[in-house]
Design a protein around this ligand. Structure first.
Ligand code: COI
Length: 374
């Protein structure tokens, strides 16, 4: 798709909110419920290309009711976080990965692509305006939600000729108030999250709405989330809105394996997923550990659980970072995942969460994973 005039961060216009808000106490922060004082909007049209970026007071959007976002789901989003470091600077965690994925999502649904670096500069400026609202403390951060919608009027189904890219930010606390809380999953084979040739690897809003009903159905049976299976083999793909990892112990060789599904087009290319894999490959002793992206099935999990070879399982995503799993309902039985005595997770899950948090909060430097913005 030809995008016309490129996105240019140097053209940004800033209108300060005349009524700046005070930071809320950390314990009042509910995920995605409080927003900061400013938002970033950037219009795009096929005629003009990317228009003037505007950082302005957080406010409603005004759209024609026939806008294509409302009818044909021309919508994509990203989720990333900014953290307050011990030096009181604000850093974004691996934002370049989100920009790459956002451009892939845009290209897939014929919305305009953009220069990643320019959007990162603009997002940095947005965060700067609301720097005082970035919370402090382990588990607390600023959740950043870049979004793009098709805004062209008319009910014809076709390439949007107008779009809006906007970014809103939300101070958030830990996904689970009590820190880690291991969840019960229902292995779900009566609904499919994503399929080959589909868009399950893109961050489109349209992937999320259809997952709520199966989640409610699982909840009726006492499970918090769906463990999404795929195909006649019943491959394990994702959990809820997250990627998923399992840890097995091979009792014959004594070797442990960290495993997650491969990126075959049905799996979201999670930034936390990539961070877990990268850190595990870098830090775990290869004599003791294999770190694999491979297909594995619910049958393998069930069988190995019976043999005492299933030792941990956890979801990974930006919102919760890692989310330990304690039980999986499958065929009228519950597969039990062991937890550390008196704790809500296994040893590797705990270790991985610590590695990631240390980098996110700027206690450790790792590669160029942190980008200072304010
Ligand atoms: C994540 O970061 O885990 C998500 O994708 C959650 C988001 C849809 C709220």
């Amino acid at each position: 798709l030809a995008t016309g005039a490129p996105l240019d961060a140097s053209k940004v216009k800033i209108t300060r909110n005349p009524n700046p808000s005070k930071p809320r106490p950390n314990e009042e922060l509910v995920f995605g419920q409080t927003f900061t004082d400013h938002m970033l909007t950037i219009p795009w049209s096929a005629k003009e290309g990317w228009g003037t970026p505007h950082i302005k007071p957080y406010s409603n959007l005004s759209l024609d009711p026939s806008a294509c976002v409302f009818h044909y789901a021309f919508e994509l989003f990203e989720g990333l976080k900014a953290y307050r470091t011990p030096q009181n600077t604000i850093t974004m965690f691996r934002p370049d990965k989100n920009m790459v994925r956002m451009n892939k999502s845009a290209a897939r649904i014929c919305l305009p692509t953009f220069n990643s670096e320019e959007l990162l500069k603009l997002t940095g400026k947005l965060i700067e305006q609301d720097k005082h609202l970035v919370p402090q403390g382990n588990g607390y951060s600023l959740y950043i939600r870049p979004t793009m919608i098709g805004t062209s009027k008319g009910l014809g189904v076709g390439t949007p000729s107008e779009a809006l890219l906007y970014v809103i930010t939300s101070p958030v606390g830990p996904y689970y108030k009590t820190g880690f809380k291991a969840v019960r999953l229902e292995a779900t084979d009566y609904a499919t999250r994503a399929w080959p040739g589909g868009v399950g690897d893109k961050k489109l809003g349209a992937n999320y709405a259809p997952c709520i009903l199966p989640q409610l159905q699982a909840a009726e049976r006492g499970y918090q989330q769906n463990l999404w299976l795929f195909g006649p083999e019943k491959n394990i793909t994702e959990v809820g809105t997250m990627n998923v990892f399992f840890v097995f112990l091979n009792k014959v060789t004594g070797k442990k394996e960290l495993v997650t599904a491969p990126l075959d087009g049905t799996i979201l290319e999670g930034v936390t997923r990539d961070s877990v894999l990268t850190l595990a490959r870098d830090k775990l002793d290869p004599q003791e550990w294999d770190v694999n992206e491979r297909y594995y099935t619910i049958t393998e999990v069930a069988t190995r659980a019976q043999q005492g070879e299933l030792i941990e399982a956890f979801g990974s995503g930006t919102a919760a970072v890692v989310s330990p799993i304690k039980e999986i309902g499958w065929k009228d039985e519950d597969i039990h995942v062991p937890l550390l005595p008196g704790e809500q997770c296994g040893a590797l899950t705990k270790q991985v969460a610590q590695w990631i948090a240390d980098i996110q909060y700027g206690r450790t430097k790792y590669d160029n994973w942190s980008r200072t913005v304010a």
